[in-house]
Design a protein around this ligand. Sequence first.
Ligand code: UD1
Ligand code: MG
Length: 476
Amino acid sequence: MTDQTIQNAGRSLTAIVLAAGKGTRMRSDLPKVLHRVAGRTMLGHVLAAAREAGAGRIAVVVEPGQEAVAREIATLAPGASVHPQAERLGTAHAVLAARIVLEEGVLEEGVLEEGASGAVGDDVVIAFGDTPLITAATLARLRAPLAEGAAVAVLAFETGNPTGYGRVLTQGDRVLAIREEKDASADERTVTLCNAGLMALSGAHALSLLTRIGNANAAGEYYLPDAVALAVADGLPVAVVPVAEAEAQGVNDRVQLAVAEAEIQGRLRRAAQVAGTTLIAPETVFFSVDTVLGRDVLVEPHVVFGPGVTVGDGCVVHSFSHLEGATLAPGVQVGPYARLRPGAVLETGARIGNFVEVKNARMGAGAKANHLTYVGDAEVGAGANLGAGTITCNYDGVNKHRTTIGAGAFIGSNTALVAPVQVGAGAIVGAGSVIASDVPDEALAVSRGRQRVVAGWAPGKRAALQAEKAARARKP
Ligand code: UD1
Ligand code: MG
């Protein structure tokens, strides 16, 4: 993080995130901004970018009654203030729902009259809750011109397909206005420089500009981009900050949600590779935004990392594995076809093989479960070996119970461990056992019908069966 992301000529930064609206085109019971990309809600991405860009104060404008959105904000940005926008009357109207924050910004800097011109208020950055690809670095770049005297900075991108976007109208180097598609003339619609929607406003001018924005336009809405024409009319400097079209992408439907997901996955894959992870087929590996990978990790094709996974140095994740909420110490091997669920902790050198599921369980250093096993609510000691088909029966239909297996224990194939139960260190459990009571250290436990061998019994039985069959065939 550069100094600029924290400090801008001594002014602090307020971020206002607009998140009102149901997002009708998502066709969803979930508010749009709570849909996830790379395991994090879109709103979560924007809040993280705002915080990383150095916003000391974050205000989120929400649709009244969307409790789930308020909960997400309380969880991810506990210090943020939440401002309901009673009616959805446009982006400038939405910003003014958080007006109190702008006024406080001015007051705190010692200027008592609201909107007083020349006041040294906070810098203000306005971001959209449905534009999750925006990075902290871009927010910092958007803010930077304010330190050089700009009253307004707009984020803009060049595109071959500008339809639907507000166009940035310029004359030479000067910005004149932003024109929404609905209000644009045929000539203006040919402009390919588009408003990304995000904007930075100097605290000194923010309120005066915002409160003068009217709604005399085709949509009858209060347009935030009209701050540009007002600033120009006041003779205030306006800056245009370029951004790549991919980063400016908004999400209005599930097609765009998938486009955003692809963009973020591309970033996460590159970051993993740059940090020393080999991805044999990167386009088939899916990360969460919080996935942590060590050096010299190898990830084979078709692996999914859900939220909360940490992978230590030198681990190998074989194909078709799904990991979530799992911690892998260095040198662990997982898969192919493994499932690690929340609370899975694999100590150094542990091995989890094909069709093995681990949930809320610790596998000690070098412990192995190589085939067809369920390890749930369990503690497995270092070097223990769980044979194929070992199952911890952790659930009695009402409660979950723990299984504890000591270091160096050997659990024979197809064993059911009925929890709560403990198998001592160095103990051996015979294959096919149902272990419902504790096994002491170094003991043998076998629980299955004793094997009986009757010498020479088979030929007689076979002859009797064949005779019966022949008798049935003779009957009409
Ligand atoms: C907006 C810009 C347009 C730009 C485009 C980029 C305006 C008027 N137009 O258009 O110039 O090219 O983004 O994607 O700003 N919101 C509220 N309350 C409201 C209205 C909107 O909170 O009353 C929020 C929405 O939740 C959304 C954001 O503001 O997060 C943008 O609103 P949206 O309706 O998507 O604006 P666009 O038409 O895309
Ligand atoms: Mg939009």
